[in-house]
Design a protein around this ligand. Structure first.
Ligand SMILES: [Zn+2]
Length: 198
């Protein structure tokens, strides 16, 4: 189990027979949850983006693959590209739409941004830090991308409208600049504008 994942609670039947060591395993995971919470709910975060990231990190978004798992009769192909099963990792990381957004981040960021093969790699990257890409900038970017992709996915699902990815990235870029500007007097934000814009 990765450090940012949450141990599943024992099932109802298990809870009746659960011994102390099993509950200990569940409770033992509280510290890692606090660790990832600290990164997601960082000081200066956009609340709706942080909340959405929290839900996404728990893999609770109602993607089509999850809806199918719940027994719903739905087409499981990606709402955006239609080529692959719509899982969280596909939508946010490997869908062609997401890949355009991440390639724009790579162009902007002054540190290496890897290609994320799965969600754990994204969370690992966004909660790490370096001088040219501090963790609050990484998390700000990651949360904005994840939020905007889900918005576009829903726009496609409900309205059959998809904004071109570079236009979406302009919105993401504007959001990031506004956030950095609003928090410019905070110690951890005062240097971010130069890191993001140059
Ligand atoms: Zn796709």
């Amino acid at each position: 189990m990765q450090w940012f994942e949450i141990a599943p609670l024992p099932s109802v039947s298990d809870r009746r027979t659960c011994n102390g060591s099993k509950w200990f395993e569940v409770l033992r995971q509280r510290a890692p949850i606090q660790d990832i919470a600290k990164h997601i709910w960082y000081s200066g975060a956009t609340p709706k983006h942080a909340f959405h990231m929290w839900i996404t990190n728990l893999n609770r978004l109602p993607t089509r693959c999850r809806l199918a798992l719940w027994g719903m009769q739905v087409d499981t192909s990606c709402c955006i590209c239609s080529f692959h099963p719509e899982t969280r990792d596909h939508l946010m990381l490997s869908c062609p739409y997401a890949m355009v957004l991440w390639s724009e981040v790579r162009r902007r960021c002054r540190d290496v941004v890897p290609v994320f093969n799965d969600w754990s790699e994204l969370m690992q990257w966004s909660s790490s830090s370096s001088a040219p890409a501090p963790s609050n900038l990484r998390m700000l970017v990651a949360q904005a991308i994840v939020y905007y992709i889900w918005q576009q996915r829903n726009n496609m699902l409900h309205n059959q409208i998809l904004v071109p990815p570079l236009v979406t990235f302009n919105g993401i870029n504007r959001h990031i600049i506004n956030c950095i500007y609003a928090a410019r007097k905070r110690k951890k934000f005062c240097s971010l504008m130069a890191l993001w814009l140059i």
